[in-house]
Write a protein that binds this ligand. Structure first.
Ligand code: ZN
Length: 246
């Protein structure tokens, strides 16, 4: 079975469409590691799409803050303004869907998913040291997480933790072969607001038979998303950062 793994779509409908077009025919089901909304201007479309199309989705910190205000105190001013805008833009039904999303970790057939860390969806895993503490939280050899918006991740073998790099700027994809007796913590990257210096939308495909994860990057019309952000009255900086990938 092939699984399309996405995370941090953040209401970027144009980027999500590009990912789905690029990944078409390559997967049997879709799994989402949270942060459906926040920052960009198409939250309703992304919520409805997730509800209709994802086999599993968990709650991200933005989904939580937008739907019930929880954790909003940790947000910077721009993220807070976007969260309040998003809350007003969504219907009651869409907000209820966000509210009922369960907090990770969630164990699926072949892997676990969570948003930030296995302890807390607001916590970032950015270094090998932070990753090292997480490996004891799961019993399957693979977990997918999000929140950092940085594609790649970490692996552990014989007590040592190493880094999994994302595809280079000139590459469209990078294949990670999963080896026995190695544990993997994989971030598919962010669909809607990459922060690893590569503005292309990011996603991953897990192949349970080949035991591999393929990291992908796809260009999309950032202009469209930027125009919608400005048109909606959201802070301009949210549009500008998409062009940089930070
Ligand atoms: Zn996020």
């Amino acid at each position: 079975m092939n699984v399309l793994v996405i995370s941090d779509v953040h209401a970027n409908w144009t980027a999500l469409q590009a990912v789905l077009q690029h990944a078409a025919g390559q997967y049997d089901q879709i799994v989402c590691c949270g942060d459906l909304v926040g920052y960009n201007a198409s939250p309703g479309e992304v919520v409805d799409w997730t509800k209709a199309n994802c086999a599993a989705a968990i709650r991200g910190n933005h989904d939580k803050a937008v739907s019930n205000g929880e954790g909003l105190e940790w947000f910077n001013d721009v993220a807070k303004r976007a969260a309040i805008w998003t809350n007003r833009a969504l219907s009651r039904e869409q907000l209820e869907y966000l509210q009922q999303l369960q907090q990770g970790p969630l164990a699926l057939e072949h892997f676990h998913i969570w948003h930030g860390s296995p302890r807390n969806e607001d916590e970032y895993i950015t270094s090998s040291r932070e990753a090292a503490e997480c490996f004891s939280y799961f019993d399957l050899p693979l977990a997918f997480f999000g929140h950092t918006h940085i594609q790649g991740g970490f692996f552990r073998t014989r007590g040592k933790v190493g880094l999994i790099p994302p595809p280079k700027r000139k590459e469209q994809e990078r294949v990670l072969e999963l080896e026995p007796d190695v544990l993997y913590l994989v971030n598919p990257g962010s669909v809607g607001q990459p922060r690893d210096g590569d503005p292309r939308a990011a996603y991953a495909i897990f192949d349970s038979e080949q035991r591999s994860v393929t990291f992908n990057r796809v260009s999309y019309l950032i202009d469209h998303t930027a125009r919608d952000i400005v048109g909606a009255g959201l802070p301009d900086v949210l549009a500008l950062r998409l062009f940089q990938g930070f």
